[in-house]
Design a protein around this ligand. Structure first.
Ligand SMILES: O=C(CO)[C@@H](O)[C@H](O)COP(=O)(O)O
Length: 213
């Protein structure tokens, strides 16, 4: 099980210290990139990835919620991204986009919005390192977990097992100890958590609580 704190919920005026506060207890840091077009919010770009890179030994897990991701992927790679995920909804040439990421030695993931059926990633599955199943509609932190996504996680897990693949399943949105346990039982192994970590004063305890689940 890997926990990925979503820095979207951190205090941006104090970002370096926020990262130092969580990074000893986790393996990944999740960075939400939003463009105000694909999702109704604007957040951060490659400059934030570059600034965080020397501060942490954690893998930087960059979730691109942007239109035309191919245009910006090289910049995120140069900035130090270790994992990059793109939405199936934004990639008309998904195979090409995934290759663009993988050719640079970066782990590639494909993301599904809650309303997007799992079948849309059937053919790309052998090419990706991970699938990110959104358990809220992307754009904002602090939303409630969509329970019907548990079925989608189970479907993804079966598809991966049927094909004998190694892709991991990551979940993102509304993750707390209860929803984490349900997602883990359904087949997920990477858990993105924003408010469940950064809204607590004691981040170590918050992460331990999630792990305990
Ligand atoms: O990508 C997103 C939202 O679009 C997430 O990464 C959120 O940042 C998760 O926040 P919580 O639901 O855990 O507060």
């Amino acid at each position: 099980m890997r926990i990925a704190p979503s820095i979207l919920a951190a205090d941006f005026a104090n970002l370096a210290n926020e990262v130092k506060d969580v990074e000893p207890y986790v393996d990944l840091l999740h960075i939400d990139v939003m463009d105000g077009h694909f999702v109704p919010n604007i957040t951060m770009g490659p400059n934030v990835v570059q600034a965080l890179k020397p501060l942490t030994k954690c893998e930087l897990d960059v979730h691109l919620m942007i239109e035309n991701p191919d245009k910006y992927i090289p910049e995120f790679i140069k900035a130090g991204a270790d994992m990059i995920s793109v939405h199936v909804e934004t990639c008309p040439h998904l195979h090409r986009t995934i290759q663009l990421i993988k050719q640079a030695g970066v782990k590639a993931g494909v993301v599904l919005n809650p309303a997007t059926p799992i079948e849309t990633i059937k053919t790309i599955l052998p090419d990706v390192d991970f699938i990110l199943i959104m358990t809220v509609n992307p754009g904002f932190g602090g939303q409630s977990f969509i329970t019907s996504m548990l079925e989608k996680i189970k479907e993804a897990k079966s598809m991966i097992e049927e094909k004998g693949l190694n892709a991991e399943i990551e979940v993102d949105g509304g993750i707390n100890p209860e929803t984490l346990q349900a997602c883990s039982e359904a087949g997920a192994s990477i858990f993105v958590a924003g408010s469940a970590i950064f809204n607590h004063e004691d981040r170590k305890a918050a992460i331990e609580q999630l792990r305990g689940a």
